[in-house]
Write a protein that binds this ligand. Structure first.
Ligand SMILES: C[S@@+](CC[C@H](N)C(=O)[O-])C[C@H]1O[C@@H](n2cnc3c(N)ncnc32)[C@H](O)[C@@H]1O
Length: 351
């Protein structure tokens, strides 16, 4: 790894670091919230490495710690899968498969029509969980090496779930998959954060009111003390990642757990300000950005309670969140989308 020499510029938003990388110095640029920890490698590999370290610690607890995936998504995945044309012999790439959630949804719905299912994840630990979940599935192959995918393709169905927001350069990563996808392939893209929620005043106001209610109801039920106590004894992947990243020399100053969480969830917005700063996706913008290669054919937004799960909310709050969803169907805090490549196209449903 190259050794940074000195800080060159700090202008409030960005910082540049001159780095000796053989001969010529390289200018590194970081957002201000990250720059103060003096990262020692460029942003793209930094985000990728931090994700890798984080998911190595998260793998064994991922399913337990993300109940929202299992609560919200199976029915939406069933809906997306029902859009697929009635082909047989699908050759599937599950990219960023994690513990295997989206592969399991697909196999549940149409296992007899899947000829090949390649589960790829750069995290060996996540891939190990996926392998054990899909044990006994004859069509399934597993890889944590991107270079291997070329020999395992081509694919006509791409699955991603809760992936894009971890990618430092989304276009670059998605473009790198194009050569191994057929010209009529379909991409089912589940569970990404939507900036549209925080741009909608009504959604933001509702979230503020619900967060307040949630805080007080936890206080009165004593749940906050119990969960604080429980958290003290739980493994904490964010904390472990901060330690490991600092030890490996990725930062000159040890980053806080909050900073690690922001790097891991690189595009997830948590507030109006973060959206104004450019975090989060807007499917309308993505439709334009991806137009050359992908047509957005279907989209569904949900999570009108923002980061809270429906099971966190009493009935009357749920009712209000459903009213918001009816009024602003495109502005939920998360979205799933179906993309068609090339000439293939179905009638748009909610898009
Ligand atoms: C939030 S998990 C989602 C896992 C699974 N898709 C699911 O929904 O349960 C994100 C996954 O993306 C993987 N990931 C992170 N960066 C990646 C990258 N640059 N390319 C491919 N996968 C990546 C992680 O290792 C992790 O398994």
């Amino acid at each position: 790894m190259a050794t940074p020499e000195k800080v060159l510029i700090t202008d409030g938003r960005e910082i540049g670091v001159a780095q000796r990388s053989g001969q010529a110095p390289v200018l590194l640029e970081f957002p201000a919230w990250l720059a103060k920890f003096e990262p020692q490698i460029p942003l793209t590999p930094l985000v990728e490495q931090i994700n890798n370290i984080y998911h190595s610690f998260d793998a064994t607890i991922y399913d337990r710690e993300h109940p929202e995936i299992h609560e919200l998504l199976p029915s939406i995945w069933a809906e997306m899968i029902s859009i697929l044309p009635p082909r047989t012999g699908w050759r599937v790439l599950d990219f960023g498969c994690g513990t295997g959630f989206e592969s399991i949804q697909l196999l549940r719905a149409l296992s007899d029509r899947v000829r090949k299912l390649v589960c790829y994840d750069p995290s060996k630990e996540m891939l190990g969980q996926c392998r054990s979940q899909l044990r006994g599935v004859p069509a399934a192959l597993f890889s944590s090496r991107f270079e291997e995918l070329e020999n395992l393709g081509p694919f006509d169905l791409l699955l991603t779930n809760s992936l894009l927001h971890h990618l430092p350069e989304i276009r670059r990563t998605m473009d790198s998959l194009l050569p191994i996808l057929t010209s009529d392939s379909i991409w089912l893209a589940g569970h990404e954060p939507s900036a549209r929620f925080y741009r909608n005043d009504r959604c933001v106001r509702f979230l503020g009111q619900f967060a307040q209610h949630h805080k007080w109801s936890r206080f009165f039920k004593g749940k906050s003390y119990i969960s604080k106590l429980r958290n003290t004894f739980r493994p904490n992947p964010v904390h472990a990642t901060a330690e490991a990243a600092f030890r490996r020399g990725l930062f000159k100053k040890k980053p806080s757990s909050l900073i690690i969480a922001r790097i891991v969830d690189f595009h997830v917005p948590h507030s109006v300000d973060e959206v104004a700063d450019g975090r989060g996706f807007d499917f309308e913008q993505m439709r334009v950005d991806f137009a050359k290669d992908w047509q957005l054919s279907w989209v569904k937004t949900y999570s009108f309670l923002g980061p809270f799960k429906p099971s966190d909310a009493p009935k009357r709050w749920l009712r209000r969140s459903h009213e918001l969803a009816e009024r602003y169907p495109n502005d939920g805090a998360n979205f799933c989308a179906v993309w068609f490549r090339g000439r293939f196209k179905i009638e748009s449903q909610t898009a």
